[in-house]
Design a protein around this ligand. Structure first.
Ligand SMILES: [Zn+2]
Length: 178
């Protein structure tokens, strides 16, 4: 007979379900420094305008919807306005050309794919892609997220017209580079 002999023990070993699936890098909730001088207020206003324009110019890579959320002079924490942060969320920091962090979630075939990219330094990103089977119930699928890629290098950008095959081809290409 295959399988665990003692199911009680077996299920105890299963990782506990996390209540909040959302990955939120700690720097997102960092408090903002208060402006102390008129000069600082003016600088912050100018920076805010830039951040606002940057966010307005970007769109969700999945549905091309606009981005919505919190925009400050120092950073922006925004998400797809059409389908929410469950589809696309992104964190920008003032003065950093690239998005500091993005999570794109897409559904292809019987799988959901979570594509995380976090800016490290220069042109390098830490790209992590996990896959979960949509045929399993929510609890199970969270417990058995399968990591397909953990790659530091060029930012992994999700192509909106990807199908399952082209996405896996792209992931495999990154794999060969890592
Ligand atoms: Zn979207």
């Amino acid at each position: 007979m295959s399988g665990p002999k003692n199911f009680k023990k077996f299920f105890k070993k299963m990782p506990k379900k996390r209540l909040n699936l959302q990955f939120r890098p700690s720097y997102i909730s960092r408090p903002l420094p208060a402006a102390e001088t008129v000069e600082q207020v003016l600088i912050q206003k100018a920076q805010y305008k830039e951040m606002f324009a940057k966010v307005n110019a970007e769109q969700c890579p999945v549905c091309f919807g606009q981005l919505d959320g919190e925009v400050y002079f120092s950073h922006a924490n925004v998400y797809c306005c059409a389908n929410g942060e469950e589809e696309y969320k992104v964190f920008y920091r003032y003065g950093v050309e690239y998005p500091v962090y993005t999570r794109t979630t897409i559904y292809l075939g019987c799988y959901g794919y979570e594509v995380d990219s976090e800016w490290m330094t220069d042109d390098d990103f830490n790209n992590v892609i996990c896959r979960f089977n949509l045929n399993l119930n929510f609890r199970e699928s969270d417990d058995i997220k399968e990591k397909l890629l953990d790659f530091i290098g060029e930012r992994f950008v999700f192509d909106a017209d990807s199908d399952e095959k082209s996405l896996m081809n792209k992931i495999n290409l990154y794999r060969t580079l890592s």
